[in-house]
Design a protein around this ligand. Structure first.
Ligand code: AMP
Length: 194
């Protein structure tokens, strides 16, 4: 199995690059943001609880997200691996993911961190807000999401650095240029197995 985390601040291109990577490497895409938006759209109790935080640019509580991921992983059988997008976003989530994967006799192979300057992040998110109508893509909420990222999520990179699994990738180029850089890192990792 090949298990990757696509990491980075809001607007760094995790969703766009995940969509390309799952095709290239035949992986399952698990985006907690997408799963939460699905729950919200379906009006489930979990979705209603999550929406209060999402609309404020805050992280949804760990217990909610970890429970959701647990059932999602249990539902997957025979997968060649996963790309986790937007998860883990806290130390507690990272520890929980390790446990869940260990139960499946597998582990995270690599965390790919997309590095994009803050001004470019804001530009992209405002543009996405105009196109998609995502309620959390307005200026005040974007600022809050970036603050949450720096306080709670950025430290997660160190957790994986300790395990020699962190790779930083320049993410401010165009979509294809960033994809090539990600591909290089992943191919280097899986080459011995080819
Ligand atoms: P995203 O689509 O990944 O940008 O996520 C949108 C929003 O969903 C975030 O701003 C959070 O409110 C919530 N969210 C998504 N993933 C997580 C997570 N792993 N932990 C906590 N909140 C999350």
């Amino acid at each position: 199995m090949l298990n990757l985390i696509l990491f980075g601040p809001p607007g760094s291109g995790k969703g766009t690059q995940s969509a390309k990577l799952i095709q290239r490497y035949d992986l399952q895409h698990i985006s907690t943001g997408d799963l939460l938006r699905e729950e919200t759209a379906n009006g489930t109790p979990l979705g209603m609880e999550a929406k209060k935080f999402m609309d404020q640019g805050q992280l949804v509580p760990d217990a909610v997200v970890i429970g959701m991921i647990g059932s999602r992983l249990d539902a997957q059988t025979g997968s060649s691996g996963f790309i986790f997008d937007g998860f883990p976003r806290t130390g507690a989530q990272a520890a929980a993911l390790d446990d869940l994967l260990r139960q499946k006799n597998t582990e995270i192979d690599l965390l790919l961190s997309l590095e994009v300057p803050e001004a470019e992040l804001k530009r992209r998110l405002l543009h996405r807000g105009e196109l998609s109508g995502r309620s959390d893509d307005n200026e005040a909420i974007i600022d809050k999401r970036i603050v949450e990222y720096k306080a709670k999520t950025e430290p997660v990179a160190a957790y994986y650095a300790q395990q020699q699994k962190l790779v930083r990738v320049k993410g401010d180029g165009d979509i294809e240029a960033t994809f090539k850089l990600l591909e290089q890192e992943i191919d280097q990792l899986i080459k011995p197995a080819l």
